[in-house]
Design a protein around this ligand. Sequence first.
Ligand code: SF4
Ligand code: SF4
Length: 131
Amino acid sequence: MSNDRDTTTGEEKPITPRDRNISFERETNFAVPYSRENINRCRCPQCPVQADSKCVKDKLDNLKKEMDILPADEVPEPDDVPGAYCSTGRAVCKDLNPGRQCICNTCDVWKEYLLENGKPSQYFCQNGPAT
Ligand code: SF4
Ligand code: SF4
């Protein structure tokens, strides 16, 4: 059934749909793009903070397989990537050791996006994404 006839009065404004389902597009608004290039350049997989994390090891193993079959223009789900935290925010894995040294300042992504000036500027896996 159609309810179009009510629009003739001009008094009832159409309800604007909420955009809460467009989470997809929000991800493109990150200060650091969540791109395949940046995932590949990320140094987090070599970071001491993650070195003893079983959760991270498992994710890295799975990610290698996934990247092999994923089309070149697609990116994995952020939760499957134990890195690129400057883009996507805090780590899903909870067994990291933030008492060790963050190595983001050795990363080309960090240098390219001038993340030393960001807030936070390091330990994105703990502090959330660079803004
Ligand atoms: S700056 Fe840090 S979190 Fe961001 S890509 Fe580089 S190593 Fe990963
Ligand atoms: S954000 Fe920094 S501390 Fe966290 S895993 Fe990446 S390099 Fe290590």
